[in-house]
Ligand binder design. Structure first.
Ligand code: ZN
Length: 195
């Protein structure tokens, strides 16, 4: 059986089970969303926001891409943040990196890449070059990459904090709290970088 067939089989099971357990769940869900948090995470298949956070449908608005980046010239990331803050009124934004991130690893050796992914990871590569001295004193290749991952979370969180919708929310007395988190694939825990 192909995996897509399994998806439909499992979806049917889940929809029936959920409707049986909670009669009004789908009715309430169809009325609209009021998520509390915008999650900016990596596309990696191992880092699903709802699984990690144990959240329900409707609780987390999500933007995921390679190496949890945003770019001011990327209308996808900009429109997600604009909508989350301006229209949905999310109160928190979490930029979530993860250990053993393939995107972070690839950004280090960016000259091996080509096409859109090379362009997308260029700012992370620049970050790597800017912090080379700090990274080089760390022992072990994985630790070096995980440190670059933390630096990238801080970089993205800093960009988010300066976006016009985030600044406007702050000026109107409804600040959006920006978090930087790392998901540890080795034990399943989240670490707060306490930005
Ligand atoms: Zn990743």
């Amino acid at each position: 059986m192909t995996y897509s067939k399994e998806v439909f089989r499992k979806n049917e099971e889940w929809a029936k089970k959920t409707a049986n357990l909670r009669e009004d769940f789908f009715k309430e869900l169809s009325h609209g969303q009021k998520p509390d948090l915008l999650w900016i995470g990596c596309s990696d298949s191992r880092v699903s926001s709802s699984t990690i956070a144990g959240s329900e449908l409707g609780q987390i608005f999500t933007l995921r891409n390679i190496a949890n980046c945003i770019a001011p010239d990327d209308i996808n990331s900009m429109s997600v943040i604009q909508y989350a803050v301006h229209a949905l009124g999310v109160k928190e934004i979490a930029v979530v990196g993860h250990t053993n991130c393939g995107g972070i690893k690839a950004s280090k050796d960016i000259h091996d890449l080509s096409g859109p992914i090379k362009h997308w990871l260029e700012p992370v590569h620049q970050l790597y070059l800017e912090n080379l001295d700090e990274i080089n004193v760390i022992e072990g290749e994985n630790n070096k990459l995980n440190h670059l991952c933390e630096l990238n979370v801080k970089r993205v969180a800093d960009i988010v904090s300066k976006l016009e919708w985030v600044v406007a929310a702050k000026n109107s007395g409804n600040p959006v709290h920006i978090h930087g988190w790392i998901f540890n694939l080795e034990d399943g825990t989240l670490k707060d970088l306490k930005l």
